[in-house]
Design a protein around this ligand. Sequence first.
Ligand SMILES: *Cc1c(COP(=O)(O)O)cnc(C)c1O
Length: 418
Amino acid sequence: MTSKKLPFTKNKTKEIIKEYPTPFHIYNEKGIRDTARRLYRSFSWAPGFKNYFAVKANPNPYILKILAEVGMGTDCSSLPELILAEKVGIKGENIMFTSNDTPAAEFKKAKELGAIINLDDITHIPFLEEAAGIPEIICFRYNPGSLRKHKGNVIIGKPEEAKYGLTKNQLFEAYKIMGEKGVKRFGLHTMVVSNELDNDALVETAEMLFDLVVEISRKLGIKFEFINLGGGVGIPYKPEQKAPDLEYISKKIQKLYEQKIEKNGLAPIRLVMECGRAITGPHGYLVTKVIHEKHIYKEYIGVDACMANLMRPALYGAYHHITVLGKESKSKTHIYDVTGSLCENNDKFAIDRKLPKIDIGDILVIHDTGAHGFAMGFNYNGKLRSAELLLLPNGKVKQIRRAETVNDYFATLDFLGL
Ligand SMILES: *Cc1c(COP(=O)(O)O)cnc(C)c1O
């Protein structure tokens, strides 16, 4: 089994903890930049390639700013996410608005910002028209249902059972209606995988969209401006897993682009993505301290973080690797459940995990929390959200979100004048 490396040492972590008490998430800026650049390098052949970072994966202005500097836009799906992008200075068609079950006010804001609106349903055409008017450019989200060869996975489910997108027949109708309303700029989107590690599944998604673009363009005589492959590129949460091979995926997609888009005279069509997890996920760490050990029918290690800081293990049974700082080379002689303090028995970061002997005061680093980690946090049981820190390329650490206080937690309450 290969190990997972950390961008900081035990001593460095101890220094950080002196200033910022545990628990906290810390993100490695250099890692994020390198990964972002690598994605762009892999797809440098693709006309106008752009990744719209899925804001929900890590909604922090510093992170969005770093990604904007590398050339990324944002993929937003709510009003606060749109405002966040706006505040960071990301505007216009650098914002993709991929929402579902969308309130009118959110369409209105997206249109005001000049974002590319990606509609999730055919009935959203009149809804959007009423809420904000018809935009100059429009995208639709495709749900292939059972037409998709490669089946979905535990996070996103099978396409035919997923709530997202339009059916194939509806798509033809939807572009036709938009054409009649005077729209001339079109995009097509799908997102049928999540945390996908299979290279060919991602290639298949591109192939499916290319075929569809050919079919729709021919039938309706419309010109597509971009194809949005969605997000869903996976990361190796387990040390023995392998990251998807972006260069391989890109090469295969390039071949398909030549065969299907260029040969049919449809080029250039911009290729875009909405990756969140693959960009920031591997570069975030939840740092937490062991405050209790408990020996009953099983061995428990109690830490000062809980599932309010990282919900994925409880929500999906997801694996997150754990390093006991300073004990990296010790043999894994013990089997523990690593728990948080929530009054819910699924508040566990690991179940039956083989780890070195752990002592109270040890610092645990929970890996791969840079996407869908802090962002999924909540206040149940009166749990407060942690701070977020950024490890800068020069080795310094910057707090990019302070920890919540009880006053934050009480801010929306009315104590009846007490
Ligand atoms: C969540 C989401 C993404 C990002 O998914 P990742 O797994 O973080 O890449 C992209 N697009 C849409 C529409 C999403 O809902």
